[in-house]
Design a protein around this ligand. Sequence first.
Ligand code: SAM
Ligand code: SF4
Length: 324
Amino acid sequence: MLDNHNRNIDYLRISVTDRCNLRCTYCMPPEGVGWIPHSAILTVAEMIRLSRLFAEMGFRRIRLTGGEPLVRKGVAQIVRGIKGIPGIEKVTLTTNGVLLAEQLPALLDAGLDGVNISLDTLDRAQFAAIARRDELHRALAGIHAALAVPGFNIKLNCVPSGENDAQLVPIAALAKDHNVAVRFIEMMPIGLGGTQHRRTQAEVLAMLEESFGGAIACQQPDGGGPGEYVTFAGFQGKVGFISAMTHKFCHNCNRVRLSATGFLKTCLQYETGADLKALLNAGASDDTLRAAIAQAIAQKPASHHFSEHRETEGETRNMHQIGG
Ligand code: SAM
Ligand code: SF4
């Protein structure tokens, strides 16, 4: 559906849990957080019902995220339920990869169309420092399991923080050897991300060009997203940049987010949206829910103001709570 800024909003990201098996320094405090009780989280049936309403309103793609989506039991059941909704074209997942190898067969059987796997470093000690868990071997097992599936749509997401500078070329090189998109995501000042150093798109590109030669502009792998993509001579895959800070893409924004507690969040920076869980708890009809969704989307903010030093007026929660 169109919002008040004439953008076609057809992409929903659902956070299926706020919980996680890692503690990335830019996303979660070391001590973890007080988890939200199960009773406050959307049930599988509620997620599928809301997805159907979104599909009826023109949404075509749904991504499951978190927290870490694979720590929630029954994610394959959610994938299967959403895939069966008329109008839904793609159901994808964003994961840290730790539990992916063991769950991938069930997810593929349920109809999962693609996976984004986060990978900030290939160095075991550095992974343990950034994620505060010694789990690189399992994350890599997840990546290799996904790579072994013929034709499966895989993107690797890396957040350059200055700390992992030496890893950016080896991570980008995965797109040389495999037909995947390796994407560098600029650190956003959301929650703990605001306390971290950020490497910009220009800085990362300069590092890559020094190793791989001049970048060649190319099309996005699957269209519709905010990234700018390049490739390099001899690469099978692509390298993308998701640069909310230095290359603001709000004018093309096509997405809204549903938090694990059922809050429909229409822009990463703002609290604006609709509490769909409260409506569900009150026994709202499909018409009432659709009206609340339509009203929230119509009022989607025109853009974030992260780069205008107005960061504190907006989102103070971390990405695991919002659904990255
Ligand atoms: N746990 C899953 C994972 O790590 O892929 C899914 C949720 S995580 C919040 C989604 C993505 O958000 C990850 O790629 C993570 O690196 C990214 N992320 C978290 N905090 C961020 C921040 N402040 N700025 C930019 N990206 C961030
Ligand atoms: Fe967990 Fe993903 Fe946040 Fe890391 S970025 S703590 S894996 S939710």
